[in-house]
Design a protein around this ligand. Structure first.
Ligand code: FAD
Ligand code: NAD
Length: 474
């Protein structure tokens, strides 16, 4: 039986990064991964690379270019009178990007001498895992042992009884990344991150998109000021977002889906050609055998882990979507690095207060730290600096004047408590704020930092100046 220092179960951004860091630290490492792609080939990369972050951003970029050519190019003096969309080509491009990146991870495993065990892992004991070869239920299983085990089994889409996914007319996020043509009418259940991102993709390509959201508030985790502004902008783009709308049933014939939902005005119906169910994700521990060896789970099915990602079994750690905290690829990866370092006897560190969030609509929405409503509820004493994108020279030159930067800092110490950005490339701009918060920075630190001109980053600079009411351009 093969014996390793570390066995990682799951090869997504949590697991593969943990495995690479373990190997870099001289630990003899294996990673068990069961994913098979559409061609039935074993692949690494998990949800993020195969059906999550990367393919969704590929489609967001393609659809953004199409929308730009159709609606914005003329403002730049570019005439493109006949534009058409080749959905097949767009999906092929996405597939190629995914393939290149997943093969890249396999290459990194080889380079770092990580053994990739292609199969499904199941705990036999705290130190022993059984591997069932991927896609081969009747194939012979084998066992491996490890001094340390890292669970990185990720998450899967949640389902709701009124809208059963059939992968024909009613799809989850994976199905919505693989439509073969643009649905004329598209329904989405859930105005969360996936609903807005994938709803945007198909809306830009011409679908009439209706998004049904059970909550009365739009994007509850986002700072109210930005969420309200984002809601207006997305509605203007054509997303028909219906808040306070609880789906109670769906009925399919072989061409269309009738969705029944309830709102303040009573029972409503809407008919669509495709329906995306995007109501959240749940931890994936199916067939893992974690319960059987005594690993504690919480009431929602997450593996219970402390702030160092330790489970109740001394040698078993858990990271990423399968444990508490935001379901984000970068959170999973950083937990992977921290755990590998702890196993190697180093002081792995992860600052849960400085994890950035991004929603890749256009404009993008990005934030780190606390929102103003959270701070208000805590009774915190804070100052706010706002700067509108419309006052940024670079944003004007780009023709991207929607949105703003909002910085919040402590009134007494000036320590930055939260930064919220709605605007072009907010996903990139937020990194400056994350770095500042990681170093316990103040708004004055950013205000005293020289920002290149003309850049969008100057809007972050101006928001930091605005905290002290000394913004130059607004
Ligand atoms: P996963 O990526 O889910 O990987 C877990 C892996 O474990 C899988 O490959 C699975 O096959 C394997 N596995 C499970 N059980 C076993 C077992 N018993 N044996 C062997 N292998 C097993 N996050 C962002 O930060 N930015 C984004 O832009 C973003 N976009 C997203 C878009 C979509 C459409 C979706 C669905 C998600 C998106 N996410 C995004 C979330 C992100 O994908 C997850 O947070 C991230 O993948 C979690 O990483 P993980 O390693 O914990 O789990
Ligand atoms: P989500 O939690 O962001 O949104 C789900 C939405 O569905 C919520 O607003 C919820 O109120 C609504 N909802 C739930 N049940 C409903 C019902 N019966 N009827 C109507 N609405 C209902 O979840 P998601 O969009 O599925 O995404 C899952 C997770 O994946 C995210 O939380 C995030 O962690 C991750 N993700 C991240 C990114 C990114 O970082 N850009 C992109 C995609 C996904």
């Amino acid at each position: 039986m093969k014996n390793f220092d570390v066995v990682v179960i799951g090869g997504g951004p949590g697991g593969y990064v943990a495995a690479i860091r373990c190997a870099q630290l001289g630990l003899n490492t294996a990673c068990i991964e069961s994913w098979l792609n559409d061609e039935n080939e074993p692949v690494l990369g998990g949800t993020c690379l195969n059906v999550g972050c990367i393919p969704s951003k590929a489609l967001l970029d393609s659809s953004h270019h199409y929308s730009f050519i159709k609606h914005e190019a003329k403002n730049h003096g570019i005439n493109a009178p006949s534009v058409s969309m080749d959905v097949h080509r767009m999906i092929e491009r996405k597939k190629n990007i995914v393939q290149t990146l997943t093969q890249g991870i396999a290459g990194l495993f080889k380079k770092n001498k990580i053994e990739w065990l292609k199969g499904h892992g199941r705990f036999v004991s705290a130190y022993q895992i059984e591997v069932q070869p991927a896609g081969d239920e009747s194939g012979e299983s084998y066992q491996v042992t490890a001094k340390h085990i890292i669970i990185a089994t990720g998450s899967v889409p949640m389902s709701i009884p009124p809208a059963q996914v059939d992968n024909e007319l009613v799809v989850d996020s994976t199905g919505a990344l693989a439509f073969t043509d643009v649905p004329r009418r598209l329904g989405v259940i859930g105005a969360g991150v996936i609903g807005l991102e994938l709803g945007s993709v198909w809306n830009r390509l011409g679908s009439e998109v209706v998004i049904l959201e059970a909550m009365d508030e739009f994007l509850a985790p986002v700072d109210r000021q930005l969420a309200n502004e984002a809601e207006k902008l997305l509605k203007k783009q054509g997303l028909d977002i219906r808040l306070g709308s609880k789906v109670t049933g769906t009925g399919c014939n072989n061409r269309e889906v009738t969705i029944t939902y309830e709102n303040d005005e009573g029972k409503q119906q809407v008919v669509v050609d495709k329906l995306i169910v995007a109501v959240g994700r749940k931890p994936n521990t199916q067939g893992l055998g974690a319960n059987e060896v005594g690993i504690t789970m919480d009431e929602r099915g997450f593996i219970q882990a402390d702030e160092h990602c330790r489970t109740n079994l001394e040698n078993v750690f858990a990271i990423g979507d399968v444990v508490r905290g935001p379901m984000l690829a970068h959170k999973a990866s950083e937990e992977g690095v921290a755990v590998a370092e702890r196993i190697a006897g180093k002081a792995g560190h992860l600052n849960y207060d400085a994890i950035p969030w991004v929603i890749y609509t256009w404009p993008e929405i990005a934030w780190v730290g606390k929102t103003e409503h959270e701070l208000k509820a805590e009774g915190a004493d804070y100052r706010v600096g706002n700067f509108p994108m419309a006052a940024s020279g670079r944003a004007r030159a780009m023709g991207e004047t929607d949105g703003m930067v909002k910085m919040i800092s402590d009134s007494k110490t000036d320590r930055i408590l939260g930064v919220h950005i709605l605007g072009p490339n907010a996903s990139e701009l937020i990194s400056e704020a994350v770095l500042a918060m990681e170093f316990d920075g103040s708004s004055e630190d950013i205000a005293r930092t020289i920002h290149a001109h003309p850049t969008l980053a100057e809007a972050v600079h101006e928001a930091s100046l605005a905290v002290d009411k000394r913004s130059i351009h607004f």
